[in-house]
Design a protein around this ligand. Structure first.
Ligand code: ZN
Length: 526
């Protein structure tokens, strides 16, 4: 089995995406996740380009304990007509103190003439000198050959000369970059094969693609099939413009479909968890439709599929979702047939008789008619089914609640909630009355409820609300319309979403909040 190295550039190229920024702490946490996944290389950033990356490499030395991955610092070749030992970029790169470095080099005639305004001789010398200098400092040197495919198409002799300059001076990797992202798979195959025939075993050929034609993953696979042994990309395909090669897609494609070894044994199962963890850290949710790791990647809705998949797991799934740490999901809606509910119940370990299943289907139809939408709120559906089966303990019961919002003379608003709750089940229940302030009604109710039941149910501490979405369902009647609230929460291990619907936004929020807390408690205390 041929090994294909995985080089992650989430912490450098990936952070070029609009609207995403990461603190040094975030970057350290992400690096730990990447190590857990088992990628070969983690590109940590460009020391010298910004103070944050200098701090990252400084802290990484003592705070990161990588067991599988090698940390790589990124930089560029020396300036035109400059000297390597006086070059700030190269000095910063050495000071990052990593065993491996990756430098970007111009490898196209057009870029050297236009962007650098220098000669091809000087262009090749910049690469050769820089690699030689960094090798002299004891570093493993990878070279990112920028605009390689466009340059090769226009002037292959010079592009190969750039490669030679890197190889003869000791570069370990020649990373062919489709910087503008416009190259197509058949062109990548042809050019990588030509380069591989030229380079032989003198260096490892790498591939770095951008997704501007939607072909980054296909291009990376084409490169591997043509002889590349190193794939660069980002988790969840983060990156400038349309993004970089999505590692969460290309890794399982190469490993599960084509038999290349990309990750150490037993690690690819962590793919879904790591993908979601990193997305959470960067506050950028994973696309539900992302291949392999998306929440819909193995979700089945149509009644026909569901009854077929009940008979044979692989009838409508291209791989076993467990291989990448994901799972089959049966999406239940008013369209659901009996088979879907039975499947879902089996999934949850519930034994339901025919009458209970019929009751659940009737409830679903009625609630969906009122505006509930269970496809988006798995946890509420699960509770509905568990309640129908009579297996949900009563953790607490609300006697009454009141929310007051005041506008103060200075224009600020304050919100205060009072809740009266019975904590516990049946005769042992104890009455608690608590008042709390919040920055809005949901926040205030949440705070008061936690004060009331927190002492008896410490597991509540681990449940945090992460997202709150409100949608007006019947826009025609304006403020008289029905409100649907979707509430997402996490306990650090699982994420779940619940739903509440009512003409009163506070009531809708409360329904979603109650389900969310009960669901979270059920997960923790059984
Ligand atoms: Zn790039």
């Amino acid at each position: 089995m041929r090994t294909v190295e995985v080089f992650d550039t989430t912490l450098r190229d990936g952070l070029q995406v609009e609207g995403v920024s990461a603190t040094v702490d975030d970057k350290l946490r992400i690096a730990e996740q990447l190590d857990l996944l088992g990628v070969h290389y983690i590109e940590g950033g460009w020391p010298g380009a910004n103070p944050k990356d200098i701090e990252f490499f400084r802290r990484a030395r003592t705070e990161l304990d990588l067991t599988t991955s090698t940390l790589v610092a990124f930089g560029s070749t020396r300036r035109p007509r400059g000297k390597v030992d006086e070059d700030t970029t190269l000095r910063n790169l050495v000071e990052a103190d990593t065993s491996a470095v990756c430098i970007v080099a111009k490898s196209s005639e057009y870029q050297i003439a236009e962007a650098l305004q220098t000669t091809l001789d000087e262009g090749a010398a910049m690469i050769g000198d820089s690699v030689e200098f960094l090798r002299g400092e004891g570093r493993m040197v990878m070279v990112d050959l920028e605009h390689f495919f466009d340059g090769y198409k226009a002037n292959p002799e010079f592009s190969l000369r750039a490669i030679e300059a890197a190889v003869v001076n000791g570069a370990s990797h020649l990373v062919l970059c489709d910087t503008n992202g416009g190259t197509l798979p058949h062109e990548v195959s042809e050019i990588v094969a030509a380069v591989a025939a030229h380079v032989r075993d003198d260096a490892i050929i790498g591939i770095h693609c951008h997704d501007d034609t939607g072909c980054a993953v296909a291009n990376s696979m084409a490169a591997v099939e043509a002889g590349a042994g190193h794939v660069q990309g980002t988790l969840n395909g983060l990156g400038e413009r349309t993004g970089n090669t999505n590692l969460t897609t290309v890794i399982p494609n190469l490993q599960l479909k084509l038999g290349y070894e990309c990750l150490p044994a037993g690690r690819i199962e962590r793919l879904t968890a790591v993908s979601h963890h990193v997305a959470e850290t960067l506050n950028r949710a994973v696309n539900p439709q992302a291949p392999y790791v998306g929440s819909s990647a193995f979700a089945h809705k149509a009644g026909l599929h569901v009854s077929a998949i009940k008979r044979a797991k692989d009838a409508y799934e291209h791989v076993d979702p467990a291989l990448v740490g994901n799972g089959t999901r049966f999406v239940v809606s008013e369209m659901a047939g009996r088979a879907t509910i039975e499947m879902k119940a089996e999934d949850l370990g519930l034994e339901l008789d025919g009458a209970v299943v019929g009751q659940i289907i009737d409830d679903l139809k009625r609630l969906e008619h009122e505006g509930y939408h269970f496809e988006a709120a798995d946890a509420s559906l699960e509770l509905l089914m568990r309640r129908a089966a009579g297996v949900v303990p009563e953790f607490f019961r609300v006697e009454s609640m009141r929310v007051i919002t005041d506008e103060l003379p200075d224009g600020d608003f304050t919100t205060e909630a009072t809740v009266k709750v019975w904590v516990g089940d049946g005769e042992d229940a104890e009455r608690q009355v608590h008042v709390a302030e919040g920055n809005g009604p949901v926040n205030a109710i949440d705070a008061a409820l936690r004060m009331a039941v927190g002492a008896a149910l410490p597991a509540l501490d681990r449940i945090h609300l992460t997202d709150f979405k409100v949608r007006i369902l019947d826009g025609g009647s304006a403020t008289g319309a029905t409100t649907r609230v979707l509430l997402s929460a996490t306990d650090g291990e699982r994420d779940w979403t619940t739903i509440g619907v009512s003409p009163n936004i506070i009531e809708a929020s409360w329904r979603a909040l109650e389900d969310s807390l009960v669901y979270g408690l059920l997960q923790q205390v059984g």
